[in-house]
Write a protein that binds this ligand. Sequence first.
Ligand code: GDP
Ligand code: MG
Length: 441
Amino acid sequence: LSERLSGVFDRLTKQGALSEEDVKTALREVRVALLEADVSLPVARDFVKTVQDQATGQAVTKSVTPGQQVVKIVHDALVDVLRGEGEAGALKIDTPPAPILMVGLQGSGKTTTTAKLAKRLKERDGKRVLMASLDTNRPAAMEQLQILGAQIGVDTLPIVKGEDPVAIAKRAKTQASLGGYDVYMLDTAGRLHIDQELIQQAADVRDVVNPRETLLVVDGLTGQDAVNVATEFDDKIGVTGVVLTRMDGDGRGGAALSMRAVTGKPIRFVGLGEKMDALETFEPDRIAGRILGMGDIVALVEKAQETIEAEQAEKMMRRMVKGQFNMNDLRMQLEQMLKMGGMEGMMSMMPGMGKMAKQVEEAGFDDKVIKRQIALIQSMTKKERANPQLLQASRKKRIAAGAGMEVADLNKLLKMHRQMSDMMKKIGKMGKGKMLKQAMK
Ligand code: GDP
Ligand code: MG
């Protein structure tokens, strides 16, 4: 696929911005990549459409081709879709004993995942876990969980022959309370296909224990089917998260994207083998790379973008020491700050700025403040940004109003700009820029 793609990319001409034609050409290949990765057709179609609108007109980073740029845009959009709310591996299990219900089709990896997760909760989070098998359908299913429990040192509910799943669930609940467990996990029975009896059974169990988490275990290799399964389980039982198993196989993981797009449920973990340690927190980045199969391109574009940023920063520095530090530069600084998560790191590389960094921090310079300042700069005209001296009372009023703020806020921003630019001028004179150049190396 990568070869075919680079062929396409070579044909695309280099330009300043992505043309509709560039985007279309690249996205045709992306769409094929998605389908090959088992993303369902409607999801692939929707996704490509969204990206098409986003990508057209975007600037092409120097030294990459438009096609490569599109792949990067696609990759970022994929990560966005795949990322659920909250931290992937975090489960709501704070009030003991917290019930976790495991559901899914037969053979999806429920029992294995139950044990893997129990081991993880025990070892990473120091939880006391009790596991119970509610699988009364398959012979030896209960023994399977018991054996795994012994292997990983996690307790299992004693097996009582002839009990139905609801009775077992009740017993597990009681036992978990009495035994002082933090978590109890219920491994339910599955069928080869969804059927009403199975769903009803899981719903009955749900009503008895009122689970804190209901995790749907899905075979990551099943592709499109996975989505129907997820929708059905979610409608009837209510799913809080998904575990994708067999991601150690050849599958490209398209099910993950379909599942997120259709059900909106967060993917919490991925299973990466039969061993008890083979369970990892879901990482959207990794799956996105795998779905696209174009990891090299993404890395290449990221590298190119970093280089451009460095070049821009250098240009800005040069202007700064000449005393030409304008609002566009300030904005770039502020955006950089947002990225770096603080003023200190950025200022520390500039001699003489340490004190100011401190002042700024004491003034409560957090992300929200920075975003407001950027909004103020955005509210200025091009001319004003290039030449802040233009800002007299009437203009100030307009700018502040445009950003939904007070003139006083704008004055603060202007003061900061003045201070920074004075400081830069002084430094420029002092060392004729040598010091700065040194600092930037
Ligand atoms: P259940 O019917 O849903 O309980 O499925 P099981 O937990 O019994 O798993 C069925 C088979 O899949 C077993 O042989 C497991 O070892 C295997 N399995 C489960 N998860 C994974 C995984 O992430 N990777 C691989 N390669 N095999 C897995
Ligand atoms: Mg099982």
